[in-house]
Design a protein around this ligand. Structure first.
Ligand code: COA
Length: 197
């Protein structure tokens, strides 16, 4: 198993400087992980990733409360014997909604997030669930860039969505049949609104 430090180097070495930034096959080859359902025993490692990824993080009680819901599912990415990423998502009639998702800081940019989103997209079906949605904080630019690279588009703004910072959320959506029919959302933030007023 590569150490976290070599992982980053290895990914960069494999991709090379000329590789396209969003080359999915290239990132996929970078560090192949096993993706499986989350179990109770994963909680300690999941909490560690959660705390190192978010300023306003979920507690263990938040995870347990969420995972007790019938329509809520947890998955983890494992590398060797280590949990290096997790995703919590909800099942709705015609879509899957990502509630929480992070990759351990030392394992980022190794294609793991990409593999987890691909796994989720494989669960969509022609007849039933066609969309993946999520809310992302307006300040979380890295996640917005990541999801855009995965084929998501911003479709809506939820004003003052978060209780902790009263930030806006952007709703981002992936559509199995493409986003062509979606109304295109023009990004605007509070500062833009302020300048227009
Ligand atoms: C968003 C996140 C899950 C991405 O996971 P990851 O395993 O690093 O993603 P990948 O390695 O599959 O990235 C694929 C591509 O997405 C883009 N990308 C990923 N992270 C990025 C960043 N910080 N800045 C810019 N682009 C980024 C890049 O194009 C990247 O390809 P590259 O590494 O060849 O440049 C991870 O950064 C993370 O855990 N962030 C903190 C938690 C978070 O914000 N979660 C989302 C909440 S909505």
């Amino acid at each position: 198993m590569a150490s976290p430090a070599t992982c980053r180097l290895r990914c960069k070495a494999r991709l090379g400087k000329e590789a396209p930034v969003n080359s999915k096959s290239a990132t996929k080859a970078a560090l192949s992980v096993q993706i499986r359902w989350m179990i109770r025993r994963d909680m300690a490692e999941v909490l560690q990733i959660e705390r190192s990824s978010f300023e306003y993080h979920w507690t263990e009680a938040d995870f347990l409360h969420c995972l007790r819901q019938r329509n809520c599912i947890g998955m983890v990415a494992e590398y060797g014997n280590r949990v290096v990423g997790f995703m919590i998502y909800e099942l709705f009639k015609n879509r899957l909604h990502i509630l929480n998702f992070a990759v351990a800081p030392d394992y980022r940019h190794c294609g793991i997030g990409n593999q987890m989103v691909a796994k989720l997209a494989n669960k969509l079906s022609q007849q039933r669930r066609e969309f993946i949605t999520l809310d992302v904080r307006e300040t979380n630019l890295q996640a917005q860039i990541f999801f855009r690279g995965q084929g998501f588009q911003a479709t809506r703004v939820l004003r003052d969505h978060y209780q902790d910072t009263s930030e806006d959320a952007y709703v981002m959506q992936f559509a199995l049949h493409g986003n062509e029919n979606q109304q295109r959302f023009e990004a605007s933030n509070r500062i833009a609104d302020y300048e227009e007023a």
